[in-house]
Design a binder for this molecule. Structure first.
Ligand SMILES: [Zn+2]
Length: 223
């Protein structure tokens, strides 16, 4: 297969996965703060509680084709579900474009441990850890944005996926520092909210959580 075709398929595959995962992240953002499970249970309309069919759950398309309303009760669907899907799809595609096979050399420790670490599997590992870290940061930031407490499970997942990402490219020190700063800022915002619910600083911080996360994730990819 020609290299250009492989790259194009690689990017398209991750763009589509990003849209689907974005849809799952919406579920996490909605259910985790409410203490509901994310592994079981059909998706339902938050207004009429009607179970959603597969055709109601196609990322972005269902929202637009259904006229931005629930098929069963006609309640308007918030646009942010679509934005989370588009954002996730775009990040997955951008990250795929930057990490496509052959773009980076595996680190020395990996060549020693898994000799030979092939370009394809290294690119796959890089991409998977990159999008896992982004996905968990996004859920973390959105839960903060909704003015709810940070979720411990999401934070632990973020830290593990970010650490794996750092292990794969230890030489990109500056880039990792940016991500580290974002994690510290999000933690600080979370603590402020938890300890001072009515403080204006806390309100300001939760509105900033999404831009902080987005800018940091982009810089982490690009620097
Ligand atoms: Zn409904």
């Amino acid at each position: 297969m020609p290299a250009e075709l492989t790259s194009a398929l690689w990017i398209i595959f991750f763009a589509l996965s990003g849209l689907l995962i974005g849809s799952f992240l919406n579920v996490c953002i909605y259910r985790l703060p409410a203490g509901l499970t994310i592994v079981r249970g059909r998706s339902f309309c938050p207004n009429c509680r009607h179970d959603l069919a597969a055709s109601d759950l196609i990322p972005v398309l269902s929202y637009l084709l259904l006229g931005r309303r629930c098929r069963y009760c006609a309640a308007p669907i918030a646009a942010r579900y679509m934005w989370v899907e588009l954002l996730t799809g775009s990040y997955y595609a951008l990250s795929a474009a930057l990490t496509r096979p052959g773009s980076f050399e595996p680190p020395i420790w990996m060549n020693t441990a898994f000799y030979p670490a092939t370009d394809f599997y290294f690119a796959l590992l890089l991409q998977v850890t990159s999008v896992l870290a982004f996905s968990s940061f996004l859920v973390w930031a959105m839960i903060l944005y909704d003015q709810k407490k940070a979720n411990a499970g999401v934070i632990i997942f973020s830290l593990i996926s970010a650490s794996l990402r750092i292990l794969l490219q230890p030489e990109r020190l500056f880039s990792h520092l940016v991500a580290g700063l974002a994690v510290l800022t999000l933690s600080a915002v979370g603590l402020l909210r938890q300890n001072a619910d009515s403080s204006p600083v806390a309100g300001f911080g939760s509105r900033l959580s999404l831009p902080i996360m987005l800018v940091a994730s982009l810089l982490w990819l690009l620097l």
